[in-house]
Design a protein around this ligand. Structure first.
Ligand code: SAM
Length: 210
C-alpha cells in the first residue's frame, strides 16, 4: 500500500480498492487480491511468474528498493512488465497552463519514472530490459471536460480562476483545426533476469550489467 499523506488521495485509494474487490468477485476465475507496498513485498523469493506495474512506479518514494523487491519475488525465468507515460504526455496542455501562468511549477510524474527514463531505472535491477513505445493522442473537441479534468489534478492550483482564458485558448484551437490534439504517448518496459545470458540489450538500452 502506498504511503500517502494526502487525505483525498487516500480516499480515492480506498474507493478503488473496494471497486477492485467487487470486480474480482464477479470474475470467472479465482483471484487472490491484496494491497501491498511495492517497497516491501510480503512474499518469498522467486514466487511469481510475472509482476505488472502499470502506471504506478512514479508514486513509489524508494523506487530502487521497489525494483529490487520486484526482482526478488520473480522466478528466474519470470518477466516484469511496467507501463509509463512519455515525457511528452499532455505536453500541449502543460504548455498552455505555463503560458497562462508562467509561475506554474508543474511537477510531472513522468519525470520521476516515465517511458523514456524508466528503462534505465529498471536496468539497475534487471539485466535484460526492452521497451516498446505506444504513440497516441486525444483529439479534444470540447474545452469544458478538459478544464474539469485539470481541475481534478494537482495542477488545478496553477489555473485557478482562469477557466475563461483556458477554455478560450482551447476553443480557438478547436475552431481553427476541428480539434486540439493532446499527446498521450507512453509505452511498455519489460524486463527479465536472463540466467543463461549475462547481458541482452534491447533496442534502446542502456546501462549494461556485466
Ligand atoms: C495511477 S494508479 C494505476 C493503477 C493501475 N495499475 C492502472 O493502471 O489502472 C497508481 C497506483 O499506484 C499504487 N501505488 C502507489 N504507491 C504504491 C506502492 N508504494 N506500492 C504499491 N502500489 C502503489 C496506487 O495504489 C495506485 O493504485
Amino acid at each position: 500500500m502506498a504511503i500517502v499523506n494526502d487525505k483525498q488521495y487516500l480516499k480515492q485509494e480506498q474507493y478503488q480498492d473496494s471497486q477492485n474487490r467487487t470486480a474480482l468477485r464477479q470474475a470467472r476465475h479465482t483471484f487472490q487480491y491484496e494491497v501491498i507496498d511495492a517497497q516491501a513485498i510480503p512474499y518469498a523469493d522467486q514466487t511469481f511468474d510475472a509482476v505488472i506495474a502499470n502506471h504506478m512506479l512514479y508514486h513509489v518514494p524508494n523506487r530502487p528498493q521497489a525494483l529490487r523487491e520486484i526482482h526478488r519475488v520473480l522466478k528466474p525465468d519470470g518477466t516484469f512488465y511496467a507501463t509509463a507515460n512519455s515525457v511528452r504526455y499532455f505536453q500541449e496542455v502543460y504548455a498552455l497552463i505555463q503560458e497562462i501562468n508562467p509561475r506554474a511549477e508543474l511537477r510531472l510524474f513522468q519525470t520521476a519514472f516515465g517511458f523514456e527514463n524508466g528503462a534505465a531505472q529498471v536496468a539497475e535491477s534487471f539485466n535484460t530490459v526492452n521497451s516498446e513505445a505506444f504513440d497516441s493522442a486525444l483529439a479534444i473537441t470540447d474545452s469544458a471536460p478538459l478544464f474539469a479534468y485539470i481541475q481534478s489534478t494537482r495542477h488545478a492550483t496553477w489555473i485557478q480562476g482562469q477557466e475563461p482564458l483556458f477554455r478560450q485558448r482551447v476553443d480557438r484551437e478547436i475552431q481553427l483545426h476541428g480539434a486540439m490534439p493532446v499527446t498521450t504517448s507512453g509505452g511498455l518496459i519489460t524486463a527479465q533476469n536472463d540466467i543463461t545470458t549475462n547481458c541482452t540489450w534491447g533496442a534502446n538500452h542502456h546501462r549494461p550489467r556485466w
